[in-house]
Design a protein around this ligand. Sequence first.
Ligand code: SAM
Ligand code: ZN
Length: 276
Amino acid sequence: MQLSCPVCKSDLLQQGKNLRCENNHSFDAARQGYWNLLLAHKKRSKDPGDNVDMVASRRSFLDKGFYAPLSDEINRIAIEAMADTPSPNILDMGCGEGYYTTRLYEALTQQGLSPDLAGLDISKHAVKAACQRNKAITWMVASGADIPLPENTLDLQMVLFSRLMPEAFAKPMKPGAMLLVAWPGEEHLIELRKLIYQEIKPSSFDPANTLNGPFELKQKSRVSFQFELESSNDINTLLGMTPHSQRLSADAKQMICNQEHLTLTVDVNLGLFTRL
Ligand SMILES: C[S@@+](CC[C@H](N)C(=O)[O-])C[C@H]1O[C@@H](n2cnc3c(N)ncnc32)[C@H](O)[C@@H]1O
Ligand SMILES: [Zn+2]
């Protein structure tokens, strides 16, 4: 996929393991094969995004397949949306350690499509892990607030469980392109949240409100199913990848992990938006 220079926005040309723009800004590929396009002065912290432990927990949990039905549904919607686009340009913004990105690539190619797929995350730990999954995907460390892609590039952008930045997301998308957003529903991991919080407040979050302007909601659906965790090890791994665990004391964490069995509900909303 054509990338653009994070400094001056002109096109980056690849020569072997180097990217360079016409103004001589230059970026080397990391040893693992991803591009680091996050400018040091744009980092809000030294090590932004998910840390190494969260990435490891997410990878270990997702690789056990507990969320495969969710990933399958995401792929089904993406395939339907790209049915008339044989070689779609796609970005997974906030791709994390690449579970959904890689499964999307496999699903699209199985359908006979030739996607040009990129995964972007601000966490270098996440992208380092992601790029081991599939070398045909372009992986980059960058900020979703300043996506290093030229305007009018993307046919589809996917944003799963990540913060929404409407203007920044709209920039690299073609008019009429699709934005697929996933966010937790009211019942998502409710059993775990009940163990953690005294009171569960209903969420008023609706991406349609945030995205209104550059985007218009085309369709909304809900994926819900249950799965079983049958070891305290798996419960610990799930805790490690959710933001809830950061609010827990060591004792409370231990109490939850001492449970040997937990039935959990997945409840996720999927919104498909059109870039106006
Ligand atoms: C909850 S995780 C979801 C990861 C992946 N989409 C998944 O569902 O497995 C949110 C991700 O957003 C990334 N992130 C946070 N702020 C970001 C930003 N400004 N730009 C790009 N990625 C960001 C984090 O590093 C993290 O990997
Ligand atoms: Zn440049």
